[in-house]
Design a binder for this molecule. Structure first.
Ligand code: AMP
Length: 262
């Protein structure tokens, strides 16, 4: 299964291709999940391009799309939530209260409805991937949560449905997020291991896109902020650029494929 919120792009399609290459059948869900948006977030404005999405999926070879109505996922009187623990409290969870409970709940529901062997998620939303790996493990779902690499534009900007909100000037500035992350990754390759210096490098360069909401160097398994030199890290940040809130990350000292079940 590949769960999505639609407005599909090459990032989503890379997950579909990967799932198709490793499985006999793949179901792609498209569901803009109301419970993962805060009251002042972009639920109403979120891009909805279903006809185009279905054409892209069939061209990619996905045979089954699942587009449930809200009442199918949240039946009348629905009053049960999956609330992830500490791993969901920091970073995105700190800025977007309730967001990961919404994500964990909807993905658990979608997995219960489709009952796949495996579900594929992008590294782009790294904390989401880790939260869902913990949910699957802790709830004993028996479903592999597979992380796949981030697909990027030629200038480094991570593909995102929310990039559609950017005007041309904002779009150019938005490349500063990945520039900052890649500069820190270069420093890491040259031996830099001090998390504070790695964060500073990201913040200094990504600042060209706007003031980051956070810049983090964390342990990739627990997402606890690093205080000392470490041999693996995830650098991540969130920056508001115009109407869009952009997030991105890089993994250092390990690969996203090494995280399954961690
Ligand atoms: P969304 O529709 O934004 O909820 O994303 C659906 C899935 O696509 C999630 O697992 C995302 O992490 C993944 N995804 C989004 N953007 C990218 C990207 N640029 N590269 C790889 N995966 C992505």
């Amino acid at each position: 299964m590949v769960p999505t919120m639609g407005a599909l792009h090459e990032g989503h399609l890379s997950l579909v291709r990967r799932a198709l290459s490793e499985n006999d059948a793949v179901v792609v869900s498209i569901f803009v999940n109301p419970t993962q948006f805060g009251p002042h977030e972009d639920f109403a404005a979120y891009p909805r391009t279903e006809v185009r999405d279905l054409a892209l999926l069939s061209r990619t070879g996905a045979e089954t799309a699942f587009l449930p109505a809200v009442a199918e996922v949240y039946p009348p009187g629905d009053d049960t939530r999956v609330v992830p623990g500490a791993i969901a409290a920091r970073l995105e969870g700190a800025v977007r209260p309730g967001h990961f409970a919404g994500v964990a709940t909807v993905v658990t529901k979608l997995l219960a409805m489709a009952r796949p062997d495996a579900a594929y998620f992008g590294q782009k939303d790294f904390q989401q991937l880790r939260v869902l790996q913990r949910v699957a493990r802790d709830l004993r779902l028996g479903i592999r949560i597979v992380g796949c690499p981030t697909v990027r534009e030629p200038d480094g900007l991570a593909l995102s449905s929310r990039n559609a909100y950017l005007d041309p000037g904002e779009r150019r500035r938005a490349a500063a997020l990945s520039r900052g992350l890649f500069a820190a990754r270069d420093a890491w390759a040259d031996g830099e291991r001090d998390p504070a210096r790695l964060r500073d490098t990201v913040a200094r360069i990504a600042g060209d896109a706007g003031t980051p909401e956070y810049v983090s160097a964390a342990d990739p398994v627990t997402l606890e902020e690093l205080e000392h030199r470490a041999e693996r890290a995830v650098l991540s940040l969130a920056v508001r650029v115009g109407r869009a809130r952009l997030i991105d990350n890089v993994l250092l000292g390990m690969d996203v494929a090494q995280l399954a079940g961690a």
